[in-house]
Ligand binder design. Structure first.
Ligand code: SAH
Length: 518
């Protein structure tokens, strides 16, 4: 069998967008991904469902894999002919033990690439508003391990040289040794008032920064119970933070927000959360796909074949638009055969989706529900007209009823179907929910509510609603909120406009309230 290849990839410090383009390509190309906890969970969502995932980090229920075992695992997988992505936090060459992994691969004649990543040593201070160099204060920086026992640290770190260097000192793995480190630095000549910052879980929702001086930082760490992992920054550059703090001042900073809608629709919401400093976690519990039910398919084909018999085509969602055009392609019917029809759209997003395909819809309704559409087009409706309604199989009944009441024949097509989806995330969501690491859950339709609860149940949670008790529940509108309440959830945020924009506004309003600190 041909040998596989191993990509030794730096995942960056946690923010999933801080992986390199090459790293992401390797991740998506891999048959199997070997990762630990420093590589952010969102990156694993970039994988296809067939990709094998092997967690080699710490886990309470299992022994932690030793480095030698990991090295061997990579060799074994590659010898099976697999393309392997070894995903490591930060940069793989900075305290990443990539040398040991690469060496064993080389000995077995296995090809490997090292794909550098953004190291936490530089990126984490940057996210706290601390640049590691400064034109006036720091013309160099050192990245130093704080991992070893004090006597070994003394042998490895030349405190006298380190201390006298003019630059910034960056300690990784050093939180537990902060007392010893600051002592040594002062003993060898760094003034007690030298600024120090510890930045924990930088670039993630949990990012937290503690600032002090060499003289008082150990006491502050103890007092605050400040936990690893953190980057320790020593030097005058820390002062920059006062004016350069940027991440921590964003409106949704510190919130990890669960996005439950279908993957294809999730990105708009996720992007806006990300822009506002929140950390989206996508867990699409809905999946939409083109209709497959034979009866419904026949009805679609028949209706499209009579394209020129319609006076109206009324679309109720961007999904519906996409599916409608997909069916035109599939059946080989040209859109121009709808030459008699006027197009109408429920809501601006649906109108935009139509416009993107070169179709201008009738003026927008004021309300984004079916009743609103009707108010606007009512004047042009005539008895005896025919309207085509391509929509999902869960669409509401108001529109066809109202059309019929006005003597318009409504032909409903279930162009796509919506199914429940249980995302494969290796148990990460449950783990995060149980650890209180999901701060907000967003529901953008009633089925996201019912599906999430069912998915959690299927994943092994006996009381899903109970698990969400301490999570802020945000609903896109009143109907979704009612469903959430009916399922025993406490609704904290209810957007009024039933749009993603409205939901994002409502999240910010809630956060601004003193009680919404989260
Ligand atoms: N190869 C990694 C470092 C591995 S050593 C890199 O280049 O970033 C692990 C140490 O990195 C942790 O103990 C901590 O000091 C630091 N670290 C990694 N990710 C971090 C993060 N998001 N926030 C703070 N410190 C982090």
């Amino acid at each position: 069998m041909a040998k596989g290849k191993v990509y030794l990839v730096g995942a960056g410090p946690g923010d999933p967008k801080l992986i390199t383009v090459r790293g992401l390509a390797a991740l998506q190309r891999a048959d199997v991904v070997v990762y630990d906890r420093l590589a952010g969970p969102q990156l694993l969502q970039q994988l296809g469902p067939e990709t094998e995932r092997i967690y080699v980090g710490k886990r309470p229920d299992r022994h932690t894999m030793k480095q030698e075992e990991i090295n061997q695992l990579l060799v074994d997988l590659a010898l099976q002919g697999k393309t392997v992505c070894r995903l490591k936090g930060g940069d793989p060459t900075v305290f990443g033990r990539v040398g040991e992994e690469a060496e064993l691969l080389r000995r077995h004649g296995i090809e490997f690439d090292i794909v550098p990543g953004i190291t936490s040593a530089i990126a984490v201070p940057a996210y706290a508003g601390i640049p590691v160099t400064h034109r006036d204060w720091a013309s160099s920086f050192s990245i130093i391990t704080g991992h070893e026992s004090p006597d070994k640290l003394d042998r490895m770190i030349h405190w006298d040289k380190v201390t006298n260097a003019t630059g910034t000192l960056l300690f990784l793995m050093g939180v537990a040794k902060i007392g010893y480190i600051s002592e040594q630095l002062m003993k060898h000549g760094r003034p007690a008032d030298t600024p120090v910052a510890l930045v924990r879980w930088g670039t993630r929702a949990e990012q937290a920064t503690l600032v002090g001086t060499l003289g008082d930082i150990a006491a502050k760490v103890a007092e605050a119970g400040f936990e690893p992992p953190a980057v320790i920054v020593v030097g005058d550059v820390v002062r920059q933070r006062e004016s350069l703090r940027w991440m921590e001042t964003k409106p949704l900073f510190g919130w990890r927000v669960l996005v439950t809608r279908a993957r294809a629709q999730a990105s708009e919401l996720s992007e806006r959360i990300d822009e506002l400093g929140g950390e989206p976690y996508e867990f699409p519990v809905i999946e939409t796909r083109l209709q497959t039910e034979p009866g419904a398919v026949r009805k679609i084909e028949e209706a499209l074949a009579e394209a020129d018999a319609y006076d109206w085509v009324m679309l109720t969602s961007p999904n519906g638009v996409e599916a409608f055009f997909a069916w035109l392609v599939r059946t080989g019917i040209d859109i121009r055969r709808f030459h008699r029809a006027r197009f109408a759209a429920v809501g601006p997003k649906t109108a935009e989706a139509l416009q993107a395909r070169g179709v201008l819809a009738e003026p927008l309704p004021e309300k984004f529900v079916a009743e609103g559409l009707l108010e606007r087009v009512a004047a042009s409706l005539r008895p005896g007209q025919r309207a085509l309604l391509p929509r999902g199989d869960l669409a509401r009944e108001v529109l066809p009823r109202e059309l019929e009441a006005r003597g318009v024949e409504a032909v409903e097509l279930d162009v796509y179907e919506t199914r429940m989806n249980v995302p494969q995330d290796d148990g990460r969501l449950l783990e995060m929910l149980r650890a209180g690491e999901i701060h907000v859950v967003t529901f953008t339709s009633s089925s996201t509510v019912t599906n999430l609860l069912e998915a959690l149940h299927l994943l092994g949670e006996p009381l899903p609603a109970e698990l969400l008790r301490d999570v802020i529940v945000a609903c896109i509108g009143p109907i979704t909120a009612r469903t959430a309440a009916e399922h025993g959830l406490r609704v904290d945020i209810e957007a009024s406009s039933s749009t993603i924009g409205g939901l994002v506004e409502a999240l910010q309003d809630y956060r601004r309230k003193p009680s919404g600190a989260g």
